[in-house]
Design a protein around this ligand. Structure first.
Ligand code: GLU
Length: 511
């Protein structure tokens, strides 16, 4: 068996949509499963759609996701260049092969003439609306012009395209790993443009030539390319490469959360969730589209979520490390039907990864944000607090809100909680607790010891637990919820605990 070589071949026409990231991920998982190579090829032959910064964005996104590239612009490799605009001479050579063997021909029709053709066919209610063997006889091309006329036009610098001469009435049968057999008759295909007089090939030609020259064994790409598959098969045949044709797998679409239609680049911020891995600033309009990274997602959670959009692991276990995904991934088990994207599920994945992450690693990720809000905080303290609040976080960005009272004395008290929990005798109760805690020696100021002392005090005085613990929580945190009360006391320390009780008694009394 040939060494597995797959490629992710994005066009730098804008930021990489999460559907594109999933395509990259499936290629990567497949390559790694078979100890193969994952190649990044930039398909930038359509210069009119080129967007500044998109290429860099693609590379940054893959890097953030942990999808490492074996061969590409930055990595190098034996099959370069890995950017199509740098391979112009290669395509010239290969289009010539097709011209020479009659598989391609010149056409000189202007956009207006093409429009007129379409209109005419429409008016005639013709069943054919394309540029093909039935219609090309009325157009300006190698079939209707003499050889001399063709070369004169080329020499005079007239713009032209080179079209594929689709063979007549040929049944094309090709197996797709996910979809099974695809059958099409060549009469349904049009004579696609393969090359233009600007010296650049179109997607179809460049893609086939590069896949062949780069030794690609499997083409794994989005469903939107399925209609091009018969044409691609014919191109392989025209070059005489049918024995080296890669296998094909066309991935299901990502659908909007309501399942109605394809998840588009515009859906994201409109529906309140990102559709891009990283934030993207449009170089022309300056408009910003939000990204998963900036929204506090962990890359591990993000790719785990993406991997399961279109594939279900055997044992239904949803949380998988990259290593597990590589082991279990089976391209033939990828679903045919579109995968509905769920922002809720994305959040759920992130939460699971935050909970699962070791506290020291989590603290390191939280440090920059905490530094900004509470300068000078010790990383070990962040680690301790992270362990206590991570169950309450969906995103890294939730930390500072959820944990603010670990870093600063509450300045205000939630009025709803005050109303519910603060009774007439609360100040007196808390004063007694204050006195109790004041006498606890510093080295015994631990969660367990405090809990035992306070609970013993409550029982001894036949008090109600809630009536003591709820206002105690209020003065310590400024609000209702939060982690275990005595853990909070231990974390903020004796002095701060006493200060907060005192402050609460003084200030809440006044409200
Ligand atoms: N350049 C194409 C794209 O932007 C690649 C399609 C393919 O993988 O063949 O999606």
């Amino acid at each position: 068996m040939r060494k597995v070589r797959v490629r992710f071949a994005p066009s730098p026409t804008g930021p990489l949509h999460i559907g594109g990231v999933r395509t990259a991920l499936y290629n990567y998982l497949f390559a790694k499963k078979y100890n193969g190579d994952f190649i990044l090829r930039i398909e930038d032959t359509d210069q009119t759609r080129y967007v500044e910064g998109a290429e860099d964005y693609i590379m940054q996104s893959l890097k953030w996701c942990g999808i490492s590239v074996d061969e590409g612009i930055n990595e190098g490799g034996k099959y370069g260049p890995y950017k199509q605009s740098e391979r112009k001479d290669i395509y010239k050579k290969y289009i010539q092969i097709l011209l020479d063997n009659g598989s391609a021909y010149y056409a000189f029709d202007t956009p207006e003439e093409l429009d007129a053709m379409r209109k005419r066919l429409e008016e005639e209610k013709s069943s054919v609306r394309q540029y093909n063997r039935f219609t090309r006889g009325q157009m300006k091309n190698s079939f209707t012009l003499s050889e001399k006329e063709v070369s004169d036009k080329i020499n005079a610098g007239e713009p032209y395209v080179i079209r594929f001469n689709i063979p007549e009435n040929e049944n094309i049968t090709v197996k797709d790993i996910i979809r099974g057999e695809v059958n099409v008759n060549s009469s349904q295909l049009d004579d696609k443009v393969l090359f233009k007089s600007d010296g650049l090939p179109t997607y179809h030609l460049a893609n086939i030539v590069d896949d062949y020259l780069m030794g690609i064994t499997h083409v794994i790409r989005g469903e939107e390319w399925l209609p091009s598959l018969p044409l691609h098969v014919l191109l392989y045949k025209s070059f005489g490469w049918e024995n080296n044709m890669p296998e094909f797998a066309h991935l299901p679409l990502l659908l909007k959360p309501d399942g109605k239609g394809k998840l588009s680049k515009r859906d994201g911020d409109r529906l309140g969730f990102p559709v891009f891995p990283l934030e993207w600033k449009d170089p022309e309009t300056g408009e910003i589209a939000s990204g998963y990274r900036e929204n506090g997602y962990l890359p591990e959670a993000f790719i785990n979520m993406l991997a399961l959009l279109g594939w279900t692991p055997e044992d239904d276990n949803e949380i998988l490390s990259v290593e597990q995904m590589i082991k279990e991934f089976d391209i033939s088990k990828v679903h045919k039907a579109g995968a509905r994207f769920s922002p809720e599920k994305a959040k759920w994945f992130n939460k699971q990864y935050i909970i699962k992450m070791p506290n020291d690693k989590l603290a390191a990720l939280l440090l920059p944000e905490v530094e900004k809000k509470f300068p000078g905080t010790d990383i070990l303290y962040i680690e301790k607090v992270a362990g206590m609040v991570k169950e309450r976080m969906n995103f890294l960005s939730d930390f500072c809100d959820q944990a603010s009272f670990f870093f600063e004395t509450p300045e205000s008290y939630n009025p709803k909680v005050v109303k519910k929990r603060w009774k007439e005798d609360t100040p007196e109760t808390l004063s007694n607790i204050f006195n109790l805690l004041k006498d606890v020696p510093l080295h015994k100021f631990t969660s367990e010891y405090l809990e035992n002392s306070v609970k013993a005090y409550i029982e001894k005085n036949e008090l109600n637990f809630g009536k003591v613990l709820n206002p105690l929580r209020l003065v310590l945190t400024g609000t209702g919820g939060g982690p275990h009360l005595f853990d909070i006391m231990e974390a903020v320390g004796k002095e701060e605990t006493l200060l907060r009780i005192e402050k609460g008694i003084n200030e809440i009394k006044k409200t």
